[in-house]
Structures are given as C-alpha cells and as structure tokens.
Write a protein that binds this ligand. Structure first.
Ligand code: GLU
Length: 314
C-alpha cells in the first residue's frame, strides 16, 4: 500500500524560535488500557518534544488528549488508568488534558462551516454496499440531496493529498484511490468521525508535530486533505514502527495486548527505548524512572528509529 524511499530529509531538526516552539501530543482512545504498543507511541512523541529545544533553551510542549468520542468503544476507567500509566512512566504532560467529549461544539461548528462552503454532503450508503462496489467510495450520493436523518456526512475531497514527508519514514506514498475518496466526517450514528475530531483538535491545540504509530500512516493523507480544506497549516508527521508479536500480530487493545506494569515500569520503559533504536546503556534499567527519562531525552535520536512499518518484539 505504501512505498518508502530511503531519503529521510527531516532528521536534522532546526533550532526553533520561541514563537514557533514545538508542540506535540499523545492522543490515546480510552478503548482499553495502555499496552506496550501504545507506550512506544507515547514515549516517542514525548522524547521528540522534550528534546526539541528552542533558541531560548525551552523544551517543546507535550500535551495529552483523551480521544473519547466513541462511547460504545470506551472501557470504563480506561482514561484515568492511561493517565496514571503515563505518570508512572515519567511521561508528564504540559497544560491540562483535553477530552474530546468536551469538544462537540467545536466539531459541530467545523462541520457546519464545511457544509456552508458546499464541501460536504449526506450519504446513506452502507459499508456492505460500498464493499460490493469495489471497496472505495465513488461519491454516489454527491448529487442526491439526502436528508440529514440516517445519513453520514462526507467531505468532498477536492484537495486529495496522497504523499507526504514523514520524519522517520521518509517519503510516504499512500494509495491514490483511497486518498481521493470522499471520507466520512460525521457518522450515521450521530458521532463525529475520528478524522474530523483529530484535525479540529490539532488545530485547536496548535499542534505542530504529530508523532505516532505507523498504523496511522494512511489516515494521515486524509488529515492533510482536511487541513487544506480548512485552510490551516498541517503539523509535521512522524510515524514510528508498530510493535508486532512473533506471530505477526499487531499489539492492540483489541487483541488484549498485555497492559504494562505501573508498579514496575523500568523493564517496559527499557524495552520501549530499545524498540525505538535508542540503544540504552544496560545499567539504565536499574535506575529510577526519572533518570531513565532524563537519559532518553538527552540521547534521543530520530536517526536511530527504524525506517520500517512494523517491527517484531520478542
Ligand atoms: N486516538 C488514536 C488511537 O488511539 C490516535 C490518534 C492520533 O494519534 O492521531 O489510535
């Protein structure tokens, strides 16, 4: 689906001026507890932010956003648990945590704006109908003027972006047909779609760097399209390899990947640093979490992160 070229042009970070200081974020969905796969994304985004120093010596800001816009998929207590895991692992965030469940008005406003500009339409096609017709939505409902009821809302994809420069992966080419699809920004069940919420909040929080797992490479093309439709500057994206099991399965909340141990964070933290190619000194595993984190910020190297989509863990 994607092809990666070996020319990574963004590894050398420029010194930032205090005005355009680094603002990164970690944005977990509370559909389960934090597992090793999500720890890697949290750690990478934290280290990339904290090692970015502006001309006045300030570290970048690292924000946490809880993406709780899909109540049916939410696990009771997961949000609080994710936050305590981040703290146990020494990943302390700046500013207050943003909950997407509190942002509905802003999403509705943006949705309305896109509608007013004629950039969206209602769609009543079902997933199985689209699958039957080849899997990629071809804009059947564009001219049908469906009513709001029982409809999803799709963005008219006028600014299809299918290529971008990734901090770790180099030039990423996404599937052109998929990138050109009119994608859903408001769901039939009345919930705001992830693509809309994530872009609206990245704009709202002035995020200029998004570091996350390679499972989100494809959605990045859509998010870039949405930034363009909203006439906003997109952040720089960096996708770190996805941890997969020996059997080749992605670690995810869905396959019940082991939650990590908040009472004994050092081993998982050490393994996460190894996974990210940072070659921690062996003795580091016996240090306090704060010392491990200080070492990791000081030694963070984008160049050492593997330029692959997936990486096995043992
Ligand atoms: N909430 C998404 C997830 O947990 C991540 C969103 C993002 O980093 O853009 O998979």
């Amino acid at each position: 689906m994607q092809t990666f070229q070996q020319n990574v042009q963004h590894l050398k970070r420029p010194l930032l001026s205090s005005q355009d200081g680094y603002r990164g974020r970690f944005a977990p969905s509370p559909s389960g507890l934090l597992h090793f796969g999500s720890l890697i994304a949290a750690l990478a985004s934290f280290l990339d932010a904290k090692s970015a120093v502006d001309s006045q010596g300030h570290q970048g800001a690292w924000l946490v956003r809880i993406e709780d816009i899909d109540p049916p998929r939410e696990q009771v207590g997961a949000s609080a648990n994710i936050l305590s895991t981040l703290e146990a692992f020494g990943l302390h965030w700046d500013e207050s945590v943003l909950y997407q469940s509190q942002q509905s008005e802003l999403y509705a406003h943006t949705l309305n704006e896109l509608q007013q500009q004629g950039l969206s339409y209602y769609c009543q096609c079902t997933r199985s109908e689209i699958k039957r017709l080849g899997g990629i939505y071809q804009g059947y409902c564009r001219s049908l003027q469906h009513p709001t009821k029982n409809s999803a809302t799709r963005l008219i994809n006028q600014h299809c972006i299918h290529q971008f420069d990734d901090i770790f992966q180099g030039k990423v080419n996404c599937d052109k047909n998929l990138a050109a699809e009119d994608f859903i920004i408001h769901r039939k069940d009345g919930l705001f779609a992830y693509q809309l919420a994530v872009v609206v909040d990245d704009i709202f929080q002035n995020i200029n760097h998004v570091i996350r797992g390679c499972d989100l490479l494809e959605p990045t093309a859509r998010q870039l399209t949405l930034f363009t439709a909203l006439k906003k500057k997109a952040p720089q994206y960096g996708h770190v390899p996805l941890a997969i099991t020996e059997q080749g399965y992605k670690l995810s909340k869905q396959n019940k990947a082991t939650a990590i141990d908040n009472n004994n964070p050092q081993p998982a933290l050490f393994s996460a640093l190894e996974f990210l190619g940072q070659a921690p000194e062996p003795d580091l595993i016996h240090e306090k979490v704060t010392d491990m984190i200080s070492w990791a910020i000081k030694h963070w190297s984008r160049e050492k992160v593997a330029q692959v989509e997936q990486q096995k863990i043992t």
